[in-house]
Design a protein around this ligand. Sequence first.
Ligand code: SF4
Ligand code: SF4
Length: 376
Amino acid sequence: MAYAASDPRVVLRRVRELVEPRPDLAERYEAAKQTIRVFRKPAFYEVTQRCNLKCEGCYYFESGLKEITERQAVEEWETFFAKETERQVSMAYFVGAEPALHQERLMAAAGHFQYGNVGTNGTIKIDAAVPFRISISMWAGDEETDRKMRGAAAYKKAFRNYRGDPRAIVYYTLSRWNLDGARTIAELCRDNGLPLTFNLYSPTVTYLAKLSHGDANDDQFFRVSRPDDTPMLSGEDLKHAERTVLDLMEDFPETVLYSKNYNAWSTREEPLHPVDANGIAPDCGSRITPLMHYYGADLERKEIKCCTPDLDCSQCRIMSGGWSTKLAPRPEDLADAEAFSGWLEMMESLRRIFVFDFAARQAKAPMHAADTIAAQ
Ligand code: SF4
Ligand code: SF4
């Protein structure tokens, strides 16, 4: 059945039509609503403008970054986060450049948010007292590719730092240069007691401009790309990426946290997000809105497009924009009961990937998983 609507009341009516004859879907929908509630008021906190890597096509430094004066006093960060608590932020994202370089700022946020998520490159160990999900980006499964893509063998350090850490999850950013390394990372995640999920390489506007202008390589974030050799995923690569992920989901069911339906959607050849005349994706769930605040390390609010503002919306497949867009069922998710079941499967996976209640876990199992692994 063809179905098209974006009015929340119409969507709700359609959901009711789908779940009423299907108690199994009704139960899963109730659970999905609880998951969605966790994301009802997210906020982004840029912990620092510094980073210790040089990733090819970096989404952060290549956007004509305006240098700010970072607030240094930890008391200022504590006061700031206490105020944010009053705003009832439901999910706090700690981003950077590299947040692990200022862990005292992460600690200042402890106790103020039930759910938090630190995006890190994993090369610096984050103190075990930081009570948030630690999302580690990995870009390669071998040293040569890692040096090429990030300027250092980062993934090995990340495994040493986070072996068995119950907060940590690995995000493998699939690109044309590293699809073959995904299996190695899955094996290492299994052997180090870390869950694995995926991201898709997405180019920035700056990176695309350098390619199209035929700019010379530099020693920063455009070291190795050439117009005919980039990490960007072609249509064929996207099919390869989808198959790679499906195989890993099959072969490492205890390790891989992902969704078959999200995998199919995010690797489709057509763009994930329709764009407006300015090239911006108006419906992307990651757009900074009056409800969703973004703060710099000067603790001032920033009016930017999203948390990765230099990415080109028309080619964006980054997991933050993808998953947050799926938080609301789209017309294709409401076409029939099967499509809706597929959307529920995405919400179930999203919960396992992003929703990490540190305090609840500590109450249940205070022993650090790393100790368990070390004792083996
Ligand atoms: S992509 Fe992230 S880890 Fe890599 S250089 Fe940029 S800020 Fe640092
Ligand atoms: S996350 Fe959304 S708003 Fe940001 S670049 Fe991607 S599509 Fe555009």
